[in-house]
Design a protein around this ligand. Structure first.
Ligand SMILES: NC(=O)c1ccc[n+]([C@@H]2O[C@H](COP(=O)([O-])OP(=O)(O)OC[C@H]3O[C@@H](n4cnc5c(N)ncnc54)[C@H](O)[C@@H]3O)[C@@H](O)[C@H]2O)c1
Length: 350
């Protein structure tokens, strides 16, 4: 298995392979970049097909965290960890304590948090071995409301850029996925006067959205194609692809899902169709901003004010993308690299 020559290796500062035979722990911690501060990123627990798939995920996700943290101005760097296996079989308190000991050995250069397959309760076990944990129960709490606020503000920024007006009254938003983020986003959009069209795998939640918000409901295969001003993907990644993009009627894409573009080239396809895309890692940074504020002096109002600055970041990004004739997703990467280069004192011309 190649590491330094792996396709997703991007000058990561450290890649640590963790093994604890007693608990069955096999994990990889990837620290991508600590130029802006200690690396922060969740711990994914997943039955990867093989070690190489786990390494790819750790390398790719940790790099994404660096870019996300840089544009969200969190004073954190990018890292991520993956535990290989089925969390239902292996996820014991002892295994999480073993993971905590590995995090502790890194001396604070990696701060672990929950992610797919792990929970705040698991992080409480990690906490018994190390203080370098975020997202604990009773600390900054569930990050989803902060993420939903960031997406709401991001939708307004996109509307303002495209139409010169961010009023949501009479604007139709198609929301894909009514989970932790999607539901709270619907609530805010409804309160602001938007019309909603929603879709979810769970019929009971779409029925509730109909009752509470007067939302229209459609099947999961139709949500991307409904007549709406904004399409907000808040379910899984990859919803913008060769099948869905030709059917889009919305002229703005702004949602919380990670990795919305099935492939990077889909950013160009959207731009060619005149669709304004709010890059996922910029608009969905509310949760990580909230977590980065965690500490003894956590102040939710200050954290949420910080989340609202996602609007300024997106407005700036859209303007520069237009001026430099690049797509918003390319512009996001460019801006993130500028932040990192400036902090590292590297020449931007280099
Ligand atoms: N929670 C956060 O703070 C946060 C932060 C950043 C990014 N995200 C991303 O935002 C997305 C939503 O996160 P969440 O915490 O609300 O997740 P969640 O699991 O609570 O909700 C996801 C919802 O999507 C629905 N769903 C799944 N497949 C669907 C499909 N094909 N069509 C329609 N609905 C479908 C599920 O039934 C569920 O209700 C995820 O991609 C997540 O990675 C979340």
């Amino acid at each position: 298995m190649a590491v330094f020559n792996a396709p997703d290796f991007d000058n990561h500062e450290a890649v640590v392979f963790c093994n604890d035979p007693e608990t069955g722990l096999n994990a990889i911690i990837a620290i991508h970049d600590t130029t802006l501060g200690a690396s922060l990123g969740g711990c994914r627990f997943w039955p990867y097909e093989n070690d190489s798939a786990a390494l790819t995920d750790a390398l790719r996700l940790s790099r994404g965290m660096t870019y996300k943290a840089a544009l969200a101005n969190t004073g954190r760097g990018g890292g991520k960890s993956v535990i290989i296996g089925d969390p239902r079989q292996l996820g014991t308190p002892e295994l999480f304590r073993a993971m905590g000991r590995f995090v502790e050995r890194l001396g604070g250069s990696y701060i672990i948090a929950e992610d797919v397959g792990t929970s705040p309760a698991d992080m409480a076990h990690v906490r018994q071995e190390t203080a370098h944990v975020a997202g604990l129960e009773g600390a900054s709490g569930d990050p989803s409301p902060a993420t939903a606020l960031g997406v709401f503000i991001g939708i307004q920024a996109a509307l303002k850029h495209q139409r010169g007006d961010d009023d949501l009254k009479g604007v139709t938003v198609a929301v894909q996925g009514l989970g932790h983020v999607g539901w709270d986003l619907c609530r805010q959009l409804h309160d602001a006067g938007a019309r909603l069209v929603v879709s979810d795998l769970r019929d009971e939640i779409t029925a509730e959205a109909k009752r509470r918000f007067g939302a229209a409901t459609v099947g999961i295969d139709a949500i991307h194609a409904v007549r709406a001003n904004v399409f907000a993907p808040c379910a899984l990644g990859g919803s913008l692809n060769d099948q869905t993009i030709p059917a889009l009627k919305a002229s703005i894409i702004a949602g919380s899902a990670n990795n919305q573009l099935a492939e990077a080239r889909h950013g160009d396809v959207l731009a060619a169709r005149g669709v304004l895309y709010a890059p996922d890692y910029v608009i969905n940074a509310g949760g990580i901003i909230n977590i980065a504020h965690e500490g003894a002096d956590y102040d939710q109002a200050a954290a949420f004010d910080h989340v609202r600055r996602i609007g300024d970041t997106l407005r700036h990004l859209f303007r520069r993308a237009d001026a430099e004739r690049v797509t918003p997703s390319l512009m996001a990467d460019r801006l993130a690299r500028e932040v990192l280069d400036k902090a590292a004192g590297r020449s931007l011309a280099a």
